[in-house]
Write a protein that binds this ligand. Structure first.
Ligand SMILES: Cc1cc2nc3c(=O)[nH]c(=O)nc-3n(C[C@H](O)[C@H](O)[C@H](O)COP(=O)(O)OP(=O)(O)OC[C@H]3O[C@@H](n4cnc5c(N)ncnc54)[C@H](O)[C@@H]3O)c2cc1C
Length: 307
């Protein structure tokens, strides 16, 4: 992992820096590249625009590590409202949540109940509930709560991170469920004992896991989603799918709002199922720093807004 990436990821956890930068107009302007707006209405409008262009969406309110029960309940109720709005506007949208945003650190039982309530509401809307994957210390509990919610209903999916050394084993353990899995490279600051430090190894692991997911999908098992902007990797995945005879409808490609927008539309025009993950909300600092860390050249975008 590069020094710039490590520094940016460390900075993402600094409350002092968050307080300083969140107030600055130039920083707020730079963030807008990745957010349609801070309120739900802007996110729903963006989802409707993507739908008109033939792209689906996944909605997520920014925030993590809530500190008390009232905040966690408010997050659950917010997402129940999001799903109702998605149904009312007939949007091809799903929702993705972070367990620490739903109060995992405050009350694990209540977090599980919130997940269950959201999965039930998503099922009423004919939609699917995604669970994000956070830092490595949350992987065990995330997979456990995923399994428990999945035992109640199957419209729930979980994210796996290719940079973690443990993920190939986690995937093997999950495959018998025929699960919806969103495979990503991984966005957090992890030590080399836990995550591959070299990009080459992360990309290699991603391709290997993607192939495994495609093989399952070819047999009609599971719903693989490839969450990446890596065009070379996507090309390889599509070639592999053709070799296995995996129908294009059996897998999806998800990208973040504001990144490779032209590629998103081109893939959809070529028959791929594409969804755009739309983040919104005011708690964008840590999340935005992770976007900068993914591509330190983005820091120039911030500097340009400053001058
Ligand atoms: C739909 C979706 C859901 C995600 N959910 C999670 C999650 O739950 N947990 C988690 O840990 N991570 C999550 N991530 C983030 C992921 O782990 C990676 O950090 C992120 O996707 C960057 O990796 P990449 O696959 O795009 O490949 P990279 O090799 O990092 O990037 C490939 C190319 O994409 C472009 N690119 C990538 N990132 C940016 C950026 N920030 N700004 C501008 N261009 C960029 C660049 O051109 C780069 O060369 C998610 C990503 C997506 C797309």
């Amino acid at each position: 992992m590069s020094l710039a990436r490590r520094l940016l990821l460390r900075a993402s956890r600094s409350p002092w820096l968050a307080a300083q930068l969140r107030r600055r107009a130039f920083f707020r302007r730079a963030v807008r590249r990745f957010l349609p707006g801070e309120d739900l209405g802007a996110a729903l409008d963006a989802a409707a625009e993507f739908a008109r262009a033939g792209l689906g969406s996944v909605l997520t309110q920014l925030g993590e590590q809530v500190g008390n029960r009232a905040e966690a309940v408010a997050v659950r109720d917010h997402y129940l409202g999001v799903l109702a709005a998605v149904r009312q506007r007939r949007l091809p949208s799903e929702v993705s949540v972070k367990l620490t945003h739903l109060g995992l650190e405050v009350d694990r039982g209540a977090c599980e109940q919130a997940l269950s309530a959201l999965a039930a509401r998503a099922a009423d809307c004919g939609s699917l509930l995604w669970i994000d994957m956070e830092e490595s210390r949350y992987v065990d509990v995330t997979l456990e709560l995923f399994r428990r919610t999945r035992a109640e209903r199957n419209n729930v999916g979980v994210c796996l991170q290719a940079y973690l050394r443990r993920t190939p084993d986690d995937l093997v353990g999950l495959l018998p469920l025929g699960p919806a899995i969103r495979l990503v490279k991984g966005a957090y600051n992890e030590p080399p004992s836990i995550a591959f430090p070299r990009k080459r190894d992360v990309d290699g692991c991603y391709a290997m896991l993607a192939d495994r997911l495609l093989q399952e999908a070819t047999r009609g098992r599971g719903r693989p989603v490839f969450g990446t902007h890596d065009v070379r990797l996507i090309k390889g995945i599509r070639e592999q799918a053709r070799r296995h005879g995996t129908p294009a409808s059996a897998y999806e490609i998800h990208m973040l709002y504001g990144i490779k927008a032209a590629v998103q539309r081109a893939l959809a025009a070529e028959g791929c199922t594409v969804r755009v993950l739309i983040s919104y909300g005011s708690a964008w600092f840590a999340w935005y720093m992770r976007r900068l860390a993914e591509r330190p050249a983005n820091v120039w975008f911030v500097v340009r807004n400053l001058v």
